[in-house]
Write a protein that binds this ligand. Sequence first.
Ligand code: PHE
Ligand code: ZN
Length: 883
Amino acid sequence: MTEGVSIMKDSQPKTIYLKDYQVPDYLVDATDLHFELEPKATLVKSRLNIRRNPQAGAGLPPLVLDGVELELLSVSLDGVLLSTSDYQVLPEGLSIPVEKPEFLLEIRNRINPEENTSLEGLYLSNGMYCTQCEAEGFRKITFYPDRPDVMSKFTTTIVAPMDHPVLLSNGNEVERGRYEDGRQFVTWEDPFAKPAYLFALVGGDLEHVEDSFTTASGRKVKLQIFTEAKNIGKCDHAMRSLKNAMRWDEETYGKEYDLDIFMIVAVDHFNMGAMENKGLNIFNSACVLASPETATDSAFQRIESIVGHEYFHNWSGNRVTCRDWFQLSLKEGFTVFRDAEFSADLNSRAVKRIEDVSLLRTTQFAEDAGPMAHPIRPDSYIEISNFYTLTIYEKGAEVVRMIHTLLGAEGFRKGSDLYFQQHDGCAVTCEDFVKAMEDANKVELKQFRNWYSQAGTPILDVTDSFNETDGTYSLTIRQSCPSSPGQEEKLPFHLPIRIGLLGADGAELVLNEQGDTETVLQLTEDEQSFEFSGLAEKPLPSLLRGFSAPVKIRYNYSNEQLQFLMRKDKDTFNRWDASQRLALNALCELQVAFRKGEELQVQPSLISAFKEVLEDVDLDLALVAEILQLPSEQFIAEESSSIDAEAIIVAREFVKKVIAGELFDEFRKRYLELNTTKPYSPNALDIAQRRLKNTCLSYICITETEEALDIAQVQFESASNMTDSAAALAVIINHAPEDRAGGLIEQFYERWKTDTQVVELWLGQQSCSPKRGTLENIRALMDHPAFEMKNPNKVRSVIGGFANRNFKQFHKSDGSGFEFVADQVLALDKLNPQISARLVIPITRWKKYSGSLGEKMKVALQRVADSGDLSKDLFEVVSKSLI
Ligand code: PHE
Ligand code: ZN
């Protein structure tokens, strides 16, 4: 291939800064793409109508296009073929001198989808062609100004042999035909201008299910979900979720869908959950395919929320997009907030909130306290893929939620209406979003903007006092925020604190003259006091109801007061939170006792609190199930100033065993009551029932008695849905002796080995198991035919499960867990840098560990750093973590 010029990757990673943002020099009014699909040599032809950006100033600078790992074949300008000396090939692109303010640029290049294991750009998954362009994947398809503020109207023609009959792209199909050589072609036209990151193409031998949705204004939209033939029976739930999402966005935000067709495609090889390409969403199979026999309740719920999430992006992301990637949370934080409200409206609001806050408080708080901490609008990055983080997504959603809390539902809707109206068809900033919220409500959110520019989790220290003589109760709240990389000092945040006050009988006290029993305090100062008068007695405060701000709150509750809140608080979230605090207190005491070599003891009051909840038949099942979960090791670790992994493991195992032993009969009784055989439905009530039942099963099995394991085995053998069979499998993996477990684990695999999603679950359960997920077994799983290093889901199940969810084996005191992760990270970096850079994270938090464990972790991380030739992605994470 002598006519081609290969472009190598830049070897010197460089930092990109928000402050350096400049508008694009050139705009692309129309993009006409032509693909001839071939596994090793796909030909890409592009015709770009380019025009000097009037906002970019005078003169005609050279046109600089992005391009990575492309084989360039030819460049023509206004129909004239350029010679290689007419332009300059850059390490990651092309620079072309320009003489006219408007011209037609035509480029031909070749790419190799089969060798593309990074899963960015155009690649093959089980023989199906598909693309992933966000954030900067389009430059792996062809030379282009690959930045979100260049928006263009795309036309796409796909040519392929007949064994790939389904050829899809964004927008509407406008033409199709056959060539004499037997190949067929299809042309798609997307009427909406969009940035290249929303481009998508699919080509394969796929089946589809079809449905339709009539919008509020009466337009009929065709809905299609495409999968491999074997999965065609697993699309119903996603289709139902899609229609629910379309209706919800009309009702909640007044937003309709805008094309005549909406397509979803399931692919097995995908770096993330799913992607909102205009009119053609591409999904990780695990986030779209489900049937009662093969998917757990949490998979059903995940699918509903991700289908919603991607659909909602059509407005928050596509119609209004991001100016640059520093604004990522503009679309992601807002869209996560939207999908969370969607799920809350369709299911149990309280459970959804508890789940989201658990994730935030363990994983996002850890990120906020770690070496990669960044504000929801970062001010610099080396590789943007590293910034698809819990901070951008989940904390970003919390920031939007706080605006919602401050403005109220109606005010927020006014703000979102104005935002969509003002910026439709534009690429904008977080600032534009906040400004629209301010303008629509005639309020000022100046100080609130600190949430966008400052990293770290604020800490609120709360004290109170009561004046007996005049009945005045005062709450004093002090805020602080630990320093984070590049940010020593922090300015105070503006945050909403929803509170209530409880009287001695648990009644909600009146807080003001309007008679409210709940109010939102607005904290803006470093320290602020709030007074409530006319109270007969000192109340018990219920603070930060519904987790109204993403902070750590400290108030010196006694264990009795926490139990009181567990019983009486009218805020469901805080009832659950009180139970977590109570358990956390016990776990802390046990860690101390363990370190001192003292005898371990669980306070009888904790056991009686659990017993009371377990036997309370009036309490919402979902809440009982949540309260009975002990804080995870990861959460306990996050709450510790210095992590003592061994003490955490010992303390938690001890509490679980004591509770299980003391309350065995109660757990078994509740289990049997809940163990009904009604047909499966993923509705909130049934999900709660199964969750509580399976929680009881897991407690009774902690005792590892024959009797308990027999119950588990009966459930394993008779379950009619995956939620129940997976729960039984989990306890068998974790508690049954080898002679019993080995055969059942094998039996499960034989039954399900042709179902990719079930196999992923099976791999994940073993690698997360403190008992079975030993390094030796993890290595065996990696040799199992079900494992594939090039498939991110498999890697996440086995290696990710071990590193992130198998606290015990990963933290083995000899450091072998860390060395193993380092080895795998290095191997993966050659295949898929996005995945290696994520997988390394568990070994980057070495500073938080006490004793020699942190040292061992650092050694493993240093070895990764020293091995040289790292991808940009991995280089950024590793180098920032060793500072
Ligand atoms: N934009 C996608 C989402 O949040 C996530 C994604 C990012 C997918 C990058 C692939 C690559 O919905
Ligand atoms: Zn998103």
